[in-house]
Design a protein around this ligand. Structure first.
Ligand code: UDP
Ligand code: MG
Length: 312
């Protein structure tokens, strides 16, 4: 098989048929399998996938989750089911046009020294504040993880089989796929593209989810917040020590009483706040350790189509 295409889909009933038609048209001269991962959809996504499977079981496989596990878990499930020379990940909503798959495929066929091709969203339609937020995030990630993050590099990408294997080797439960792509390294070729408008339905990544996703990335790929806490703690301790010595000298040698209820209160409040903040940061890491140590499955497949006896 030349190509496996992984399609994570959560409540995409309005897009599945058109996406399938477009993929079929664009991949016509390749040996390919479409691996749809229904991420616990509550609409008719699974029914639509079943219809497509019944029509074209030579090219279609379906994994359907017991509940919504998130796009990153869906990508992991799809990757676990791949066997082809190349694997592609594409959204189900037609924002990432299937015509680019062939372009990525041809690039890897003709450039042996590259391991992966990634499509880069140029954020043309984003507002100024969105652009600023995204740029800051990518630059921050680059700085604190020392990994290579390209602004706008999307999950819409095509990779060789050994890249997939490396990503599958990372078994963590909280999967920040962008970080995993960057962590495994490899030589990546980037192609700019402009995502289309969503065909039907709503985006699942609103601003709140994006902020959550950004924090997830920082906490999963860096321990720098802990080092910053340590640093601030050190500075405050040092200043406090100096101040303590000054007060003692004032009292012993000059007989000056320490004045000020207000200053005392503000110091207590600032320090109390800082201690809680640092505890919170430590808590974030402890909770992640707790979740990872339980070693729960990344997803649960309730039903599959086209997988024979394979256990997923
Ligand atoms: N998706 C998923 N599980 C989720 C959320 C999203 O499988 O919990 C899929 C979704 O169906 C789509 C892709 O991930 O195929 C990207 O999601 P979306 O279009 O909502 O994100 P955006 O394009 O707005 O970043
Ligand atoms: Mg989308």
């Amino acid at each position: 098989m030349d190509l496996d295409v992984i399609i994570p889909a959560y409540n995409e009933e309005g897009n599945i048929n058109l996406l399938y038609d477009s993929l079929t048209t664009n991949l016509v001269d390749l040996k390919y399998t479409l691996i749809f991962v229904d991420d616990g959809s509550t609409d008719n996504t699974y029914q639509k996938l079943k219809d497509i499977y019944n029509k074209d079981n030579k090219h279609v496989k379906v994994i359907s989750f017991s509940r919504n596990f998130g796009k990153d878990a869906a990508i992991y499930a799809g990757m676990s089911a791949t066997h082809a020379k190349y694997t592609c990940i594409i959204d189900a909503d037609m924002q990432q046009h299937p015509k680019y798959i062939k372009q990525m495929y041809n690039f890897l066929e003709n450039n042996e020294d590259y391991d992966e091709v990634a499509m880069v969203n140029n954020y043309e339609d984003d507002s100024k504040s969105q652009k600023f937020f995204k740029n800051t995030f990518y630059n921050l990630m680059k700085k604190i993880t020392k990994q290579n993050y390209v602004t706008g590099a999307s999950d819409f990408r095509l990779m060789r089989d050994y890249v997939v294997k490396s990503i599958l080797n990372m078994k963590e439960n909280k999967r920040f796929t962008k970080g995993l792509f960057s962590w495994v390294g490899y030589k990546i070729h980037y192609i700019n593209y402009k995502p289309s408008k969503r065909l039907s339905g709503k985006s699942k990544f609103n601003f709140k989810n994006q902020v959550k996703y950004a924090f997830e990335g920082i906490l999963n790929f860096s321990t720098i917040p802990l080092h910053i806490s340590c640093f601030i703690g050190g500075i405050i301790s040092f200043i406090s020590l100096i101040y303590f010595i000054v007060i003692i000298i004032q009292k012993l040698f000059f007989g000056i009483d320490v004045p000020g209820y207000a200053s005392l209160m503000s110091v207590i409040l600032i320090l109390g706040g800082l201690i809680l903040l640092v505890l919170g940061i430590i808590g974030e890491y402890v909770s992640r350790t707790y979740i990872e140590i339980k070693n729960r499955p990344i997803y649960i497949a309730k039903r599959t189509l086209g997988f024979d006896d394979e256990i997923l």
